[in-house]
Unconditional design. Structure first.
Length: 368
């Protein structure tokens, strides 16, 4: 019944067994909880897990690719995914948060004068000045670190890397944040330079590695998202990234605004529909022949099959749905779609749990 969903695909040089991908997700869980949740998702039949937020440098607050503990944790996740025939991709990212801005907010957070939303807003406001003033020597070190991180990821068995096109790549890409007057700022070609150099650093070190790019698209009229690129700028950005070495695009709404925009609830004023970000995929499709993965409220197998058949996407990425029911792929492809625990996009225990520092969970967990 779902012939395309269940069919293999060449996704940027990597053969996936079907069209369902677990989208990169900040889970906010302990390493043990994260490992258990991701293994359940791998066992549930998805073709690939994109492991979110793998830092390109040393990281003092969690796993990284440079410490023995971090590499052991990542190797455990890689081996668990592979044991279930699931590919795994490392989402390489560089934070664009200003450390000094974070430190200034600590007293307010500790005294609870600053809510999580207040903190997020202040940190977002600090992004523009931070990346605009970043010294070119430090930029060169950061973009080069994407190459080293990719080498380390491959050595651990990761099948693909994804460059996080939000975070610092997205902030440099955005005219909202980037007010530099040198070769990294100004028009879209210059604003693309940071991301292009990050991708190029990977391609130089790993000539055959599949490189996915999380392409963050922002909107005006109405305004949603602050990082990333406008749809009108895609004809500049996409070919530059493709020439640098990108082999596929994971297309989403740009971040650095309300989390309920990038993770929209069912009652969102603009992004309430299935496949709410698919128009961005259409815009990317118009300027490249590379594979495109869609994300955003995708959980109806009939709808997904239709969009795959129409050619609007090559793969469908899910986060909340696979947290609600990791067995979605197995059930759908096994003729048991009616038994799926459907995500209702309430955001209560997933986004709500993350914001409450309890980690990403699902309301269904309370009922089991």
């Amino acid at each position: 019944m779902y012939d395309i969903i269940s069919s293999p695909v060449d996704y940027g040089g990597l053969t996936l067994k079907n069209r369902i991908i677990f989208a990169p997700t900040t889970l906010g869980l302990s390493e043990e909880e994260q490992a258990a949740k991701l293994e359940a998702i791998a066992a549930g039949g998805c073709a690939m897990i994109i492991l979110g937020d793998v830092p390109v440098g040393r990281h003092g607050f969690g796993p990284d690719l440079f410490s023995k503990k971090g590499t052991a944790h990542y190797k455990r996740l890689v081996d668990a995914a592979h044991s279930h025939g699931c590919m795994i991709c490392a989402q390489l990212h560089q934070s664009d948060s200003d450390l000094m801005a974070i430190l200034k907010c600590v007293p307010g957070v500790l005294t609870k004068r600053l809510s999580p939303d207040d903190l997020r807003e202040r940190l977002n406001q600090a992004v523009g000045p931070y990346i605009t003033k970043l010294p070119t020597a430090k930029i060169a070190r950061i973009t080069a670190s994407f190459g080293e991180a990719a080498v380390r990821a491959r050595a651990l068995g990761f099948d693909m890397v994804q460059v996080h096109g939000d975070r610092m790549c997205g902030s440099f890409s955005s005219s909202v944040f980037n007010h530099r007057t040198d070769g990294y700022g100004g028009g879209p070609t210059h604003r693309a330079r940071f991301a292009v150099e990050a991708v190029s650093a990977i391609r130089r070190r790993l000539p055959d590695m599949p490189i996915d790019y999380k392409l963050a698209v922002r909107m005006e009229d109405p305004h949603y998202g602050n990082a990333g690129v406008l749809a009108s700028e895609l004809p500049v950005f996409v070919p530059l990234l493709e020439r640098a070495g990108v082999t596929s695009f994971h297309v989403a709404l740009a971040d650095h605004s309300a989390l309920t925009d990038t993770i929209p609830p069912a009652k969102h004023p603009y992004f309430s529909a299935q496949g709410c970000f698919l128009p961005f995929c259409d815009a990317v499709r118009a300027v490249t022949d590379l594979p495109v993965c869609a994300v955003g409220g995708l959980n109806d197998p009939d709808f997904i099959e239709e969009q795959l058949h129409a050619g609007r996407m090559d793969c469908a990425a899910m986060s909340r749905q696979l947290i609600a029911d990791p067995e979605w792929p197995n059930k759908v492809m096994g003729g048991q779609a009616s038994t799926v625990r459907r995500c209702v996009r309430c955001n209560k225990a997933c986004l709500g749990g993350l914001m409450a520092h309890k980690g990403v969970h699902c309301i269904y967990e309370r009922k089991n």
